[in-house]
Design a protein around this ligand. Sequence first.
Ligand code: GLN
Length: 452
Amino acid sequence: AHLDRIEAVEGKVNAFLHVGRETALAQAAAVDAKIAAGEELGPLAGVPIAHKDVFTTRDMPTTCASKILEGWRPPYDATVTTRLREAGLVILGKTNMDEFAMGSSTENSAFGVTHNPWDLTRIPGGSSGGSSAAVAAFEAPLATGTDTGGSIRQPAAVTGLVGMKPTYGGSSRYGLVAFASSLDTPGPFARNVLDAALLHEAFSGHDPRDSTSIDAPVPGVVEAARQADVAGMRIGVVKEFTSGDGYQAGVLARFNETVELLESLGAKVVEISCAAFSYALPSYYLIAPSEASSNLARFDAMRYGLRVGDDGNHSAEEVMALTRAAGFGAEVKRRIILGTYALSSGYYDAYYGKAQQVRTLIARDFDAAFEQVDVLISPTTPTTAFPIGERADDPMAMYLADLCTIPSNMAGNAAISVPCGLADEDGLPVGFQIMAPTLADDRCYRVGAAVE
Ligand code: GLN
C-alpha cells in the first residue's frame, strides 16, 4: 500500500531519491515468513520506513543529495541501517535532503526540491525534508533523519510530525556520512510520540564502531511515551526564544496555549533566561562549517562517485578541482570556504576558538537551567513553513530557521519537537520543542506525550 501511495504522490512531493520496490517487497516477504514460522518478532517488524539518504545502505545508492556521490554504492550498511533491518523494518527507499545535510529547506538538493504535503508551494523543512514529507504525505509511517543543528526537529515542526534529536552519542554515527561530527545525531520521525519512541529504541544504543557512542543503556523512552504524565514536573520556558523579531504571532499563540495546557496538567512552569543561547546561531555557523571543511576533504575525485576530467590531459590536482567544481553545490562550497577560513592560521583564535568558548557557555546555561527545572521548552521554529524560493538567496534568513534548535546540538542534550496545532494566519503546523538533559531523553517523550 505504501509503495502504491509513493507511486501516486511522488510526482508532486518528490520525497524520495530512490525507491527500492524489489528490496522492500523482499524484506516484507521475509518478515511474513518469520511470522508463518511462529517466530517472536519486535513491535516494528514489517513496518515500512523511509531512510534518509545520508545513511549508507549496501543494497541502495547513497548520495547525500550530492552530484559528487552520484553512482556510488556503499560497500557496507550504517549501524542505524543494520538495526532497522534487525528490527524487521522494511526500508522503502532513500529520502531527499539538503546536500550533505546543509540547509533548512531541502532546496539545496542536487536532485530537485521536496514539497511540503500541507501546501505544495512551501518547503518541508530541512535538511531531512524528504523524510518529513514522506511521513506527512502518508508515503511511510516512519522515517529516519539526522539532526546537526535542527534537521529533524525543524522539518518535523513544519510538517506536523514528531521529530526527536536523541542525546549526542546515543545513536550511532557509523556509516552516517559526516557533516559536522561533533553535532551529527541520527533520530526518528513519526506521526505520534509513541511511534517515535519505538523507532528511537530500535536503532539507538552503544556502538563500538563509533568512538563517540555512549556506553550506557538507552533511556526508557517507550515507557515514558506511554506515561504522558507531567504532574509535579518543573518546566522552564526559555525567555530568549519566546519574544523578539521574527516570531510569527500564530506560532507564539499555539506555544502559549500549550504552556497553559501543561500547567493545567499539574506542571510547574517558570521562565528561565539562557543568555548564551542568543549566540548559538553565529557560533554554530563557525563550528559546523569548520568541521564540514575537514570532513568533506575526502571527496577528492579518487575515492568516491564522480570524477571529472580524467582523460589523460589533466593532472590529479586538476581532476580534483574539476570534480569538486562540478560535484558540490553552492551551499556546500560556501560552507567549505567559510570553514577553511575560520580554521586558518591567524583567524583560528578569533573565529573557531571563540565559537568553542561560546559552546561551553551554552552548555553551562543548560546545566544551570537543569538544576532548577526538569525540561526546557520553546517553539521549535520562529515561523511555519515558508514558501519555496523565499529564502533561497538569503542565507542569513535561511539560517534563522534553526534559531531555537541549535543550542541542544551545541550542548549535546536531548530535544524533541511535537505538533501543537495550526497557526491562525496560514493554517500550517506549529512545533513545540522540549529539551532535556543529556541521557534524559525519556523526559522529552513524557512531556511530548502529554502535549499530544
Ligand atoms: N539548517 C542547519 C544547517 O544548515 C542544520 C542542518 C542540520 O541539522 N543538518 O546547517
